[in-house]
Unconditional design. Structure first.
Length: 574
């Protein structure tokens, strides 16, 4: 019997399913499907053109009538984005990773386009930290049918095409070679495109730096890479102590009433929308009726979002040194506690961003608090933080209570975009208000009304807190300091919310309210003259950098860290 020949011709085309011979030993037909580099190029082109609409719109707005040169510049810009995106995708051009990677890039691009287009934001490392730290409650405020429809328009057809499209891969070694060629070709094409329009690229990016944060989704990729590289630039593995020499000052000797300081950390407060600061609408009717408070007209934040500002304002370093720090340090609360005071943090927001890690803390958004205080839909008004506060203070060690207590109340405040949720019915003084979280659907008047009502709610909360403190003056020497972490954009120049890079952020995202109330007992204890303080706070430019030193001065904590020139309160000490 003749044996079958072993020299049958074998096809060099590699099928995704395996060898190139069919079941009868005949040469298999040529495999179908697109090559990976074709899928990469088509998907990258879609991302560059459709998902970068915010970028193209911003570029067109730079010119009243775009010229042929402007159109040419945008064309080479699109080619550069397509090429870089293709080079990046080539790294993942393997059988099990290509389609998932492109899907993630499509969804990220569509989401980025929606938020940049809807709220006028840009995406950088700070904004990406906000995204990563957003809790489900905050995220729910951002969801809308407009967002869903945008995602479907930008990703529906491309994703359906992608997952139905067969892709032809080579053997691993050969595929590696193909991927390398695709990656290098993409990078060379990007360089060629930039060089072709270098003069326009250079002048545009130099004069309009915000555009670099609109390049989608490369802005998100760069931001994530920058975050991931932080451990290489800063050692966060060890916590460095500060203020080890901290001690109580002379005012604690034979004191009759210990100090009780409430630090209200505001959320998203615009200084210009407080009637106390000259706003033409009466958003602060309760505080406005008081004559025993001092308000700052020229106070500025450390950052434009909570993740940046909150740790910075409690740091001893100041803005510049904090941003360039090489290590992780303790903060103001550690120094207060080390000096012997009791410290309590009560949170009605999305966490303390690490500031309260080493002190007693409570979260009012817990299920137990919601039931006890009647919070609805997971939303508690800020006054809930005063409930059970006496018991929380009483639970501190007696030795700490005898010396003094500092309580931090972290507000929900005016957190957007669901501003209407931030005020109770009785506080809705300005109507009609925007009730949608898709802010672009509301008129400017409705949007400002909703935000201003949230300031009315903050006014009520601050006044209630002062009343709560005043009622305890028989046992304590109380005081309150309110300071917002950052401001907010309300549609000015089509920018909403906050979180813009500090260098290009509008002033409304950085100009914040700072309000101080000192009881007669605290004034007597510290020697601070309210008339002096009111005058200084209305005329001097102050900053989050002043906060650390001013709180230490108000509580009379002696340490080499404290800088008298940054202490607002001891300057008015007689």
């Amino acid at each position: 019997m003749l044996q079958p020949s072993l020299d049958l011709p074998i096809s060099r085309d590699i099928s995704p399913a395996g060898p190139a011979l069919d079941g009868h030993g005949q040469a298999a037909s040529r495999p179908t499907g697109l090559a990976p580099y074709t899928v990469i190029a088509l998907s990258s082109l879609w991302i560059a053109i459709a998902c970068n609409y915010p970028l193209w719109r911003a570029l067109l707005q730079l010119h009243a009538t775009p010229s042929l040169r402007d159109i040419g510049f945008m064309t080479v810009f699109a080619i550069a984005i397509t090429a870089v995106q293709s080079a990046l995708a080539a790294l993942f051009a393997w059988r099990w990773t290509l389609k998932p990677f492109i899907s993630v890039m499509l969804l990220a691009s569509a989401a980025g386009a929606y938020f940049m287009l809807s709220y006028g934001i840009v995406i950088d490392s700070t904004m990406m930290v906000n995204v990563l730290q957003t809790d489900p409650h905050e995220a729910s405020d951002l969801l809308s049918w407009r967002m869903v429809s945008t995602l479907l328009v930008l990703t529906g057809l491309p994703l359906a095409w992608l997952w139905r499209q067969p892709v032809r891969f080579a053997r691993p070694v050969r595929q590696l070679w193909h991927n390398a060629i695709t990656c290098v070709t993409g990078l060379l094409l990007a360089v060629a495109a930039i060089l072709l329009g270098f003069q326009d690229f250079s002048s545009t990016m130099r004069n309009h730096t915000q555009l670099r944060y609109l390049i989608n989704p490369l802005n998100s990729v760069y931001a994530l890479g920058n975050i991931a590289a932080k451990p290489l630039r800063r050692d966060d593995s060890h916590l460095l102590p500060i203020g080890e020499d901290a001690r109580l000052g002379a005012s604690y000797a034979q004191q009759k009433r210990p100090p009780l300081l409430v630090l209200v950390v505001g959320e998203t407060g615009r200084s210009g929308n407080f009637a106390l600061n000259g706003y033409n609408r009466n958003t602060t009717p309760e505080l406005g009726a008081r004559r025993d408070i001092a308000t700052a007209l020229n106070a500025w934040s450390c950052g434009t979002n909570t993740a940046a500002s909150l740790p910075c304002m409690f740091s001893h370093l100041g803005k510049e040194a904090y941003e360039s720090r090489k290590a992780r340090y303790e903060n103001l609360l550690d120094v207060l506690q080390r000096a012997g005071l009791g410290v309590v943090w009560v949170d009605n927001q999305a966490g303390c961003k690490g500031v309260c890690e080493r002190v007693v803390s409570f979260d009012t958004n817990s299920a137990e608090a919601a039931v006890q205080q009647g919070c609805t839909s997971g939303e508690c008004q800020d006054t809930v933080m005063l409930a059970n506060l006496d018991a929380r203070i009483a639970a501190l060690p007696q030795a700490q209570r005898d010396k003094g207590v500092v309580v931090v109340l972290h507000q929900m405040g005016s957190h957007g975009p669901a501003y209407a949720k931030r005020s109770a019915e009785a506080q809705k003084h300005f109507m009609p208000e925007c009730t949608s979280n898709a802010l672009q659907e509301c008129s400017q008047e409705q949007l400002v009304n909703a935000y201003d009502n949230s300031i009315v709610a903050t006014d009520h909360f601050l006044n209630t807190t002062i009343d709560w403190l005043a009622a305890r003056e028989t046992h304590w020497a109380p005081a309150m300091v309110y300071l917002s972490d950052h401001g907010e954009s309300l549609g000015e120049n089509n920018i909403y919310l906050h979180g813009m890079p500090y260098a290009i952020a509008p002033d409304v995202q950085k100009h914040v309210p700072w309000i101080t109330w000192l009881s007669p007992a605290m004034q007597a204890r510290t020697g601070v003259q309210m008339a002096c303080l009111q005058s200084r706070m209305r005329t001097e430019r102050i900053h989050h950098d002043n906060y650390f030193h001013s709180v230490l001065g108000l509580m009379d904590i002696q340490t080499g860290l404290r800088k008298d020139d940054l202490d607002l309160y001891t300057r008015c000490n007689v």
